[in-house]
Write a protein that binds this ligand. Structure first.
Ligand code: F6R
Length: 243
């Protein structure tokens, strides 16, 4: 595993964006695995900036996102499809037909997950997967104790997650109770993985995930078994590592 320590969020974002743009430049028809959440926002802003300056071309790139809430339409501002359109896709020259997010409107979970597995398979596999890290070590929506061998599957959201999300909806009934996520096995099949972390709140889990035992109790710890992982973090998130 490579560990890249950046002084702050801005430089962490620029370094991770540099790694992603190198991937695009070396293989213009590449498949990028993408994540939502707050950590990658600076990376997406940087990629947009370089695209606008003429340094990056997304015309042949395919993207495959990690996860989506079951039951949310693409135009719902809480959906991950909406997030990706707003924060990246609408601002670059990617062909929208080449951007994939699990279909939140497909209520048949088995079909939604099989379709997504086929999309990944037909793409030829993810060249570079970008991951954020949950405070409890989750990756995608793979929470502690999720089996390592799963491909895309439907997960029930913890009651605490449903409660926390309820502030974004008018009634609790509208809050998604389930989500589709690429499984640990799907994530581990990516050729390269880039994990981004920032802030002191992530320091302990970064240490546990990358230097503690490999266990389903800390889903991200499985990444220790992948042979091409780059961890890019700011000084606060990497503070507990003995580098
Ligand atoms: C997002 C995702 C999540 C986040 C994680 C970290 O698609 O799958 O696993 O990467 O929750 O979120 P932030 O970046 O908001 O700390």
């Amino acid at each position: 595993m490579r560990i890249i320590k950046a002084p702050d969020y801005q430089s962490m974002s620029r370094m991770a964006a540099n790694i992603i743009s190198a991937q695009i430049i070396m293989k213009p028809k590449c498949v990028l695995g993408l994540a939502t959440g707050s950590t990658p926002l600076g990376i997406y802003a940087q990629l947009i900036d370089w695209y606008k300056k003429g340094d990056l071309d997304f015309s042949e790139v395919q993207t495959i996102n990690l996860d989506e809430y079951k039951g949310l339409a693409p135009d719902n501002d809480q959906s991950y499809r909406y997030f990706m359109n707003q924060n990246l896709f609408n601002h670059i020259n990617i062909d929208m037909k080449n951007t994939y997010v699990p279909d939140g409107l497909e209520m048949d979970s088995e079909k939604a997950c099989n379709d997504y597995n086929n999309i990944i398979l037909n793409s030829g596999g993810v060249d570079m997967q970008l991951l954020g890290l949950g405070n409890n070590g989750h990756i995608g929506f793979n929470e502690p104790d999720e089996a390592f061998e799963k491909m895309t599957h439907c997960v029930k959201l913890a009651e605490s997650t449903v409660q926390a999300n309820s502030r974004f909806f008018e009634t609790i009934d509208e809050v998604p109770k389930e989500a589709y996520t690429m499984g640990i096995k799907s994530i581990m099949q990516a050729r390269k993985i880039v994990v981004v972390v920032n802030g002191s709140g992530k320091a302990q889990i970064v240490k546990d995930a990358f230097f503690g035992p490999v266990t389903p109790k800390v889903p991200a710890s499985v990444l220790q078994l992948h042979n091409d992982v780059t961890l890019v973090g700011d000084a606060e998130a990497l503070a507990l590592l003995d580098l």
